[in-house]
Design a protein around this ligand. Sequence first.
Ligand code: SAM
Length: 334
Amino acid sequence: MGTPLVDTFGRVHRDLRISVTDRCNFRCTYCMPVEGMPWLPRSELLTYEEITRLAALFVERFDFDGIRLTGGEPTVRSHLPVLIERLSRLRTSTGEPVDLALTTNGASLRLIAEDLARAGLRRINVSLDTLRRDRFLAITQRDALDAVLDGIDAALEAGLEPGKVNVVAMRGVNDDELVDFATFGRERGVIVRFIEFMPLDAQGRWTRDQVLTGDQIVEAIGRVHPLEAVAARGAEPAERYRYRDGGGEIGVIASVTHAFCGSCDRVRLTAEGQLATCLFAIDEHDLRTPLRAGADDDALAARIADAVRGKWAGHAIDQVTFIRPKRSMSQIGG
Ligand code: SAM
């Protein structure tokens, strides 16, 4: 058995988010500027060997049972199935494979979904903020709605279930599409999850009045397709609601208005090997320098345990004490 990573608030950590790149092939207006993002030089990115070594420490020493790859856009990093294949060989202390998942914008899935599934990927989340072609172009700066919709089908065909589609709900941007998304999820058999817009845009333009709250979302959809809450969510960030007519369910990730920090079981590894214990953490913990200086597993594990011990209670977004992190969602790894 490993030793679970417990912080001073008694939270047990089991879920590792790994960003494999800070680059992205989309330029979502609420996330990244069209030009001027300072990309990391390749030499600063953890190699697949380095990522696998750190991931193995989390799984084997600290009993982590979930790994999610993200970015930037993870599919723009070459040979992603090679990394997935390596991570899929990790076993928890009870001999189980880890729950290996990917978050992607979906545009390349028709090309690689089968390779990802064959390499051992189990689950996939696709981010999609609009179902309208003109609006998709305006939000992402790419005319790729058809590719993403086809990518969702490709993922389902490759057996990457349960399919989840994540929508960042923003007032004045896509608040008129909530019911369209609900219908989309019901028809395609995917779980649509609505995420409250968070102050993590690279441009620093977020304002509180752009946040469409989880309660408003549930109310708007429930008026058309009546919903009921599904029981306690554990460490899952999404509050779940099912359609009363049995047509599936939706999720709401209310990071701003109903923060779920008290049950957070996640830590994040950035593409350049910084450990962040919260998406909004001000301090990060450098694992790459000791890794490249030849630190052994005990030394790396001690550094990880120290970082998690110092994790704060929560991010306080909706309070006056909130401090924006220096880096954007795409740089930390969403
Ligand atoms: N490129 C991948 C994707 O599109 O899913 C992974 C990285 S992306 C940063 C992860 C998720 O973060 C996406 O669903 C994106 O919409 C979301 N996101 C980015 N900026 C956000 C913000 N300020 N508030 C809420 N969600 C945000």
